[in-house]
Structure formats: structure tokens, C-alpha cells
Design a protein around this ligand. Structure first.
Ligand SMILES: NC(=O)c1ccc[n+]([C@@H]2O[C@H](COP(=O)([O-])OP(=O)(O)OC[C@H]3O[C@@H](n4cnc5c(N)ncnc54)[C@H](O)[C@@H]3O)[C@@H](O)[C@H]2O)c1
Length: 255
């Protein structure tokens, strides 16, 4: 495998499982050092055991706590001397009310986990990214690009793209890049509590399957590497063609 992250240090949020763990593995496989953060210390420890303690560090972080984010960034720089890449992966769909009934505090909880946390991570990492001329990749969703339901989650994900464009414009002249990967349905433990849903959704994908965490990790690795040195402010959908829409799927089936 190409070694695009040799000498680079990446901090990944929500890295204990699913997409975050796949991103951590991919960056490590390409020669990088990974600071893996999450709420689940035991799973982080397993991941660091797998990657090797010289190549990875586990830090327990709740991304809704600025103090914990700052401590993780400080630990990364103290241990490895630099920070080159931030992967904002934390953020899931946590509101279960009907959108017409969602109280303001539920809106705040969703925005805090998905959008405000990403902004706080960027603020915390930025001084080090300015030093390394590094970059940020934020994991959004196709929900931020089209109407797939889950209004509060979708609004938070759409907000990540607007935030990214503005950070990209502001800090481009300083050599720091900001991009977004917007996944479609990905096979992660996120779906474990809804048996059958992933399989049902997979049928809606023109490429005939749900995504794997590795599909997203490959796109993140590209955007975070020097191969994307002239790409900033982009939202890259990685979604098996689902944004082509159901009409495209049924038209194609008639040929
Ligand atoms: N799985 C999908 O189909 C899918 C699709 C589109 C976008 N995404 C996005 O990808 C990202 C990762 O999703 P996934 O499916 O891999 O997740 P997952 O549900 O498999 O894992 C989520 C991880 O986040 C951690 N976490 C939860 N709250 C946290 C907090 N406050 N602070 C730190 N860590 C916290 C959990 O401990 C867990 O390890 C999310 O932003 C999600 O919105 C996922």
C-alpha cells in the first residue's frame, strides 16, 4: 500500500468502531500515526493493540466537551510532536421525535453532537494544523445533500458542508484544507439495533450493495493526503449512486 501518511499524525473522532475505526486502520496502513478518540475506552485500547502503541494512541473523549477535545489534541502533540490531519467522524442520528414535535433541547442535542462538536474540534486542532499546513476531513452524510428524512440530523450534516466551505476559504491562504465525505448507507454497528434495515436500504443503491467502512476510509485517505493538495471546500459523496434517485434506478431496470 502507498505510504501517503509517513511522518504524519492524524486525530480521528469516534474511532472505536465503524467508519472511524476503518479510517484509523487505513491511515496507519499508509504509514501514519493515529490518535484514536471515542467514548469507548475498551474498544480504543483494542484498536491501539492492533495498530501498535508506537503508531497509535487512545484518548477517551466526549466530543461534546471542549475540555476533553483540547486534552486529546494536547496529548497528541505532546506524544507525537505534531498534528497533520483531523478527521471529524463523530455524530449520529439521536433525535427520535417526529420533526413537527421536536423540542428545542433535542435540536440542540443533535446539533451539539454533530455540528458544534466538529467546529470545536477544528478550533482546537487549528493552531497545530496551521503549523503543519494540515487538513480536516469531516464525515457528513447523504442526508445533508438530499431529503432522506431525520430532519435534525440532516440539517446538522448540511451545516457541516457550509462550515467546511467557509473554513476552507478563510484558511486556504494559510495552507490548511477542509473537505467533507458524505457517505450513503454504510455497514457499521450503527445499524445493529434495526435488524433488516441495512439489507432493505441496500436494494435502493444502483451499485447493488450498502457501503463498507473501508469505502469511506479510502475517500478520507485520498482527501487527507497530498494527492488532494489542490482540493478544498469539497463535499465528496461516497454513496453507491443513491443520489441518482429512485427514478434513475427504475429507468435503468427497464433497459
Ligand atoms: N453508518 C452509516 O450508514 C452512516 C451513513 C452516513 C453517515 N454516517 C456518519 O458516519 C459517522 C460514523 O458513523 P458509524 O456508523 O461508523 O458510527 P457507529 O454508530 O458505528 O459508531 C459511533 C461511534 O461514535 C461514538 N460516539 C458516540 N457519541 C460520542 C461522543 N459524544 N463523543 C465521542 N464519541 C462518540 C460511539 O462510542 C461509537 O464508537 C457519523 O458521523 C455518522 O453520522 C454513517
Amino acid at each position: 500500500m502507498v505510504q501517503r501518511f509517513e511522518g504524519k499524525v492524524a486525530l480521528v473522532t469516534a474511532a472505536a468502531q465503524g467508519i472511524g475505526a476503518a479510517v484509523a486502520r487505513r491511515i496507519a496502513a499508509e504509514g501514519g500515526v493515529v490518535v484514536a478518540t471515542d467514548l469507548q475506552q475498551d474498544k480504543l485500547d483494542e484498536l491501539v493493540g492492533e495498530l501498535g502503541s508506537d503508531k497509535a494512541l487512545a484518548v477517551k473523549v466526549d466530543v461534546t466537551s471542549r475540555g476533553e477535545i483540547d486534552a486529546a489534541v494536547a496529548a497528541a502533540v505532546e506524544r507525537f510532536g505534531r498534528l497533520d490531519v483531523l478527521v471529524n467522524n463523530a455524530g449520529g442520528c439521536i433525535v427520535s421525535t417526529k420533526p413537527e414535535d421536536t423540542p428545542a433541547d433535542e435540536w440542540h442535542r443533535q446539533l451539539d453532537l454533530t455540528l458544534v462538536s466538529a467546529a470545536q474540534c477544528i478550533q482546537s486542532a487549528l493552531p497545530h494544523l496551521l503549523e503543519s499546513r494540515g487538513n480536516v476531513v469531516t464525515i457528513s452524510s447523504v442526508n445533508g445533500l438530499a431529503a432522506f428524512g431525520n430532519i435534525e440530523y440532516s440539517a446538522a450534516k448540511a451545516g457541516q458542508a457550509a462550515m467546511t466551505q467557509n473554513f476552507a476559504a478563510r484558511f486556504g491562504p494559510s495552507g490548511v484544507r477542509f473537505n467533507v465525505v458524505a457517505p450513503g448507507t454504510i455497514r457499521t454497528p450503527n445499524w445493529d439495533s434495526q435488524p433488516g434495515t441495512l439489507e432493505r436500504l441496500a436494494k435502493l443503491y444502483p451499485l447493488g450493495r450498502a457501503g463498507e467502512p473501508e469505502d469511506i476510509a479510502a475517500a478520507v485517505a485520498f482527501l487527507a493526503s497530498d494527492d488532494a493538495a489542490w482540493i478544498t471546500g469539497l463535499t465528496l459523496p461516497v454513496e453507491g449512486g443513491v443520489l441518482l434517485g429512485p427514478a434513475a434506478l427504475s429507468l435503468a431496470a427497464k433497459d
